[in-house]
Design a protein around this ligand. Structure first.
Ligand code: 5RP
Length: 253
C-alpha cells in the first residue's frame, strides 16, 4: 500500500506559511490540474466548490480554442458546464468512451490515498465516472488531508428510501451514529438518482476498505462514499495561490 506521509508533511510545512482565503487554495489546485488537460480529451467532471473553479478555468481554455468533452457527475455540474459553454458527451455515449482524466474534489484524503466523498451528495455518479476513467485527479485544500478518517467528517452513504429505517439500523450496528441528510430548502435530500443520503459518524474508520465492503453488503445501500484505490494524482492548492502535486503511480513504483 502506498503512503503519502512525506507529501502530507510537505503540505503541512507549506500550510503554516501560506496565508490567504480558502477559495484561493481551491483556485490554485484547479489551475494546476489544467496543465494535465490535453486537446481532444474526454474528461470526467466532478462536483463541488473546488471543481467549480476547475470548470471556470476549463471554460476559459475552451473559449480560447481547446477542444474537450466532459462527462458530468451530477445535475449541478451538468447545469454549470452548460452555462459555461463546456461541451458534454450525451448520456448514451458514457459506456462507449472511457474518460482519459476525471477531475473531482474530496471531503477527506487519508495517508493511503483513500477518499471520503459525497459531501455534495453526488457520490454514486462520482464513483461511476471515476472508475470509468484512465486517470483520477483529486483537487483539495490542505484541510482535507487526514491521517485517519474520523468523526470530523461523516461518511456519506447513498441508500434506497424504501425500507430506509431498517437499513439505518443495520448501519448503526457497525458502530456509528447515523442521520438522514436534509436538503437546504427543507425536507429530506434526494440525490440525482432519487435516493437518500445517510451521514454516518464513526469515531474512527481504522480499515476503510473493510468498512466499505461491510456497508456495501447491507441490502438497501446503493453506494458508499469511501473511494479506495482510485486516486492517481492529488493536487493540493494553498491560499497563497501555489500548489503541490503528488502522483500515486510514481509512489507505487
Ligand atoms: C460531492 C463531493 C465533493 O467532491 C466534495 O464534497 C468536496 O466538495 P468541495 O470541493 O465543495 O469541498 O464529493 O459529492
Amino acid at each position: 500500500m502506498i503512503s503519502l506521509l512525506s507529501f502530507f508533511e510537505d503540505v503541512r510545512a507549506k500550510s503554516s506559511s501560506a496565508d490567504g482565503p480558502q477559495d484561493e487554495a481551491k483556485r490554485a489546485a484547479a489551475d494546476a490540474v489544467l496543465a494535465q488537460v490535453e486537446p481532444g480529451m474526454t474528461l470526467g467532471l466532478g462536483t463541488g466548490s473546488t471543481v467549480d473553479f476547475f470548470l471556470q478555468a476549463l471554460a476559459q481554455r475552451t473559449r480560447d480554442g481547446l477542444q474537450v468533452q466532459g462527462v458530468p457527475t451530477s445535475s449541478q455540474t451538468e447545469r454549470r458546464a452548460k452555462e459555461l459553454g463546456i461541451p458534454l458527451l450525451g448520456e448514451g455515449e458514457f459506456r462507449r468512451v472511457k474518460n482519459q482524466l476525471c477531475v473531482d474534489g474530496a471531503d477527506r484524503v487519508d495517508l493511503a490515498g483513500r477518499l471520503i466523498k459525497g459531501g455534495g451528495g453526488a457520490l454514486l455518479r462520482e464513483k461511476l465516472v471515476a472508475t470509468h476513467s484512465s486517470q483520477v485527479c483529486i483537487l483539495v485544500d490542505p484541510s482535507k488531508l487526514v491521517s485517519v478518517f474520523d468523526s470530523t467528517f461523516p461518511l456519506p452513504v447513498e441508500c434506497l428510501d424504501f425500507g430506509v429505517e431498517d437499513t439505518l439500523e443495520k448501519i448503526r450496528r457497525l458502530g456509528c451514529e447515523v442521520t438522514l441528510r436534509d436538503s437546504s430548502g427543507g425536507g429530506r435530500l434526494r440525490t440525482d438518482n432519487g435516493n437518500v443520503i445517510a451521514d454516518c459518524v464513526f469515531h474512527q474508520i481504522a480499515d476503510p476498505v473493510a468498512t466499505e465492503l461491510r456497508l456495501n453488503a447491507i441490502p438497501g445501500i446503493v453506494e458508499v462514499g469511501i473511494f479506495s484505490d482510485l486516486l492517481d494524482l492529488l493536487v493540493v492548492g494553498f491560499p497563497d495561490g501555489t500548489s503541490l502535486t503528488c502522483s500515486t503511480k510514481e509512489l507505487a513504483r
